[in-house]
Structure formats: structure tokens, C-alpha cells
Design a protein around this ligand. Structure first.
Ligand code: TXA
Ligand code: MG
Length: 346
């Protein structure tokens, strides 16, 4: 039976935290808010509990999990060799939306790392997540708390819809703040490489490191480096069509044609766009979800997944979205839209 615990997001009640922490220590599955998205947590050193994460999500075993820790010093509990740059990044960005890939210690079960010799680790910034990690004292493996391939959850009702019948405890701390996942940065190679853009921007990492490589080709066909980089991920139920590589004005003209074409085929159209874009389509029989002002891409990131789910709830057949550039969180938004898309146009 699922137990839902409603908790204060900034000042979590210690007795409620203790309840959730005890459940984790007993090998149960506990979903909790982080500053990025909701996680589905289990004791990382308990193989049975970790196995249940994969079953609950329907996640393939080749896709490794991030280990969540309460303090940067706990990196030594999961990694055999921590480069100086990891300590520097931890100092600057933790607690926060940055996952570091490090050489793993053998105590970390192969199941957690999908058989890799490396482990992903981060200190989340959400007060509830941090309190839970501190109270339990354990390493918590937690992917995003959605069914595999679906949009990540940014509030408790999203988790309930995807996994309500498959988890033990859901800690409801309201909406997550950032709304897209952490940046995954690989520190095991010859230079730091972004495997997944996210809540810490490329510009921020460049300012700390001087330079950073990026692995960003969705059509990348070689061996899978980070399985989260699979195309068709983070997807709504509706067919998402993503308009990429056009100037805004041209994109809006092309999108208008597409809207008219879809409507004439009897399809329900949803628009996932910034306010300025939506104004071009007022009066058309479409469902709209605003990502906020184009000048505030953090807001757009915050609303992105909620928007996909809201449009799905309105039973649209197709969702149209356009590229918002690669500045700041734009890069992560681009990455998620490309992976969520069934089609990239033109
Ligand atoms: O913001 C986040 O990162 C959220 C919250 C809950 O912390 N978690 C999350 O987990 O997004 P998940 O499992 O949905 O995505 C983890 C990503 C995947 O792309 C996975 O392939 C990559 O991290 N990853 C984890 N360990 C890795 C490793 N050892 N080597 C390469 N990639 C790894
Ligand atoms: Mg995920």
C-alpha cells in the first residue's frame, strides 16, 4: 500500500522525514522531490531494492542510476579515485543539479551502474531530499520517478499517475523548482564531458573549468555512452513535433501551416510555446500551454514537462514546439524536446 506523506518543502518536519528515511533503510521504494525532478529512491547498496526500481519503472538494466549523497565528502563512499576537479565542481555546484561520473568502488552494486566501471553521483539541493539523505545516512540510488521513456515528474501527482501502484512511499513536497534533470558530467575521460545538459549550464561549467566537451548528437549511432541519451525519451503520449533550425519568424509561419493541416485532418493540436509565440495563434482551435516569456528560459525549463503532461491530459493528438536556442537552460530544453519528439521538422 502506498503511503503519501505531505511535507513542508522548505522546512520538512523531522518526524515525517524519519518515516521516509526508515522506509529507505528497510529496502522500500520512496519517491521524493529534488530541485530538478522527483526521484524514485532506494538504498543503493541493497540490490533487491535497486532491482525493484528497474521493475517499477520498466527501465532496461543497461541504464545506470545516479547515487544521491548528503555531502560531497561521501564521494569517497562510491568512488575509488576522485580527481581534484570533482572536488572543485562539488564546492561550486553542490548541493545542486550536477551529476559527476567517477570511477566506481566495488561496493557499489553493478546493478546500480549497469555494469559500468563508473558511478554517477550528486548532492541534491532540495531541503526534503537533503534531509532524507542526512536522516537515513545511506547512499540513495534514484532515477527520475516516471515510467521509462515518459516525461519526468515535476510534482507528486505526476509520480502518482506513473507509479502510484508500484512504490511504497511518496513524499509530496510540492512542485520541483528547476523542472528538468541535472547536468551529467563525465570526469572519467581525458576532459570533462557533458553527457546530458541540465540544471547547471554549459556556460557555468566553462566559467569553472575553462572548457568542457559535449556529447550532444541525438542521432549518435555508436556505442551508447549514457543511455539517457537514447532518442525517444522524456516523451508525452501525444506525437510531439519539434521545429528546429529555423529563425523564429519562419518557424511561426511553418507552424501555422502545420496547425492548419493537422486541424483539417481532424486532429487535436496542442502548442507548447512561449507567450510571444502563442500570440501568433490566438483564435485558432488549439490547446495552449505557455512556457512563459521567451526572455526567461529558466521558467520555460520549469514548465516544460508539466506542459507535456497537461496537454496529454487535454487529449491532444499532436504537440507542436519550437527550438528556443542554446543559451543557458536553452541547451537542456533543446535536448529534451529533441528526445521527446516523434518528428523533428522541417
Ligand atoms: O536531476 C536528476 O538527475 C534526477 C534527480 C532524481 O536526481 N535523476 C535523473 O535520473 O534524471 P535518471 O536515471 O532519469 O537519469 C540519469 C542519467 C541517465 O542519462 C544515465 O544514463 C546517466 O545519468 N548516468 C548515470 N550513471 C552513469 C554512468 N556511470 N555513466 C554514464 N551515464 C550515467
Ligand atoms: Mg529519467
Amino acid at each position: 500500500m502506498l503511503k503519501v506523506i505531505t511535507i513542508h518543502p522548505e522546512h520538512p518536519e523531522p518526524e515525517l522525514i524519519k518515516h521516509a528515511a526508515d522506509a529507505l533503510c528497510q529496502g522500500k521504494l520512496v519517491s521524493f522531490p529534488t530541485e530538478t525532478v522527483y526521484g524514485l529512491g532506494a538504498n543503493a547498496l541493497d540490490e533487491d531494492a535497486v532491482a525493484r526500481i528497474f521493475i517499477a519503472k520498466g527501465r532496461p538494466a543497461e541504464d545506470p542510476l545516479i547515487v544521491h549523497i548528503a555531502h560531497a565528502s561521501w564521494m569517497t563512499r562510491v568512488s575509488r579515485s576522485i580527481p581534484p576537479v570533482a572536488w572543485q565542481l562539488a564546492e561550486e555546484y553542490w548541493p545542486g543539479p550536477l551529476t559527476l561520473i567517477l570511477p566506481k568502488l566495488s561496493v557499489v552494486p553493478d546493478l546500480v551502474t549497469a555494469g559500468r566501471d563508473s558511478v554517477g553521483v550528486r548532492v541534491p539541493a532540495h531541503p526534503v531530499a537533503l534531509a532524507l539523505l542526512k536522516a537515513s545516512g545511506i547512499l540513495v540510488a534514484a532515477p527520475s520517478a516516471n515510467r521509462f521513456g515518459h516525461t519526468s515528474p515535476t510534482c507528486a501527482s505526476h509520480v502518482l499517475n506513473d507509479l502510484g501502484d508500484r512504490i511504497d512511499v511518496l513524499v509530496d513536497g510540492g512542485e520541483t523548482n528547476i523542472g528538468i534533470e541535472s547536468t551529467v558530467l563525465d570526469l572519467t575521460g581525458s576532459e570533462p564531458t557533458i553527457l546530458r545538459p541540465g540544471g547547471v549550464t554549459r556556460e557555468q561549467l566553462i566559467s569553472t573549468l575553462g572548457s568542457v566537451s559535449i556529447m550532444n548528437d541525438v542521432s549518435y549511432a555508436g556505442p551508447q555512452i549514457s543511455p539517457g541519451l537514447l532518442a525517444h525519451h522524456y516523451s508525452p503520449r501525444a506525437e510531439l513535433i519539434y521545429f528546429y533550425g529555423l529563425l523564429a519568424q519562419t518557424a511561426l509561419t511553418v507552424i501555422r501551416k502545420k496547425i492548419e493541416e493537422e486541424i483539417s485532418r481532424g486532429r487535436r493540436v496542442g502548442l507548447l510555446m512561449v507567450e510571444e509565440d502563442l500570440r501568433h495563434f490566438t483564435g485558432l482551435p488549439v490547446q495552449e500551454f505557455s512556457l512563459g516569456k521567451e526572455s526567461d528560459l529558466w521558467q520555460a525549463a520549469h514548465r516544460l514537462y508539466a506542459g507535456m503532461r497537461a496537454l496529454d491530459d487535454q487529449n491532444v493528438d499532436v504537440i507542436l514546439a519550437r527550438d528556443l536556442g542554446e543559451h543557458g537552460p536553452g541547451l537542456a530544453i533543446r535536448d529534451r524536446l529533441r528526445r521527446a519528439a516523434k518528428k523533428v521538422l522541417p
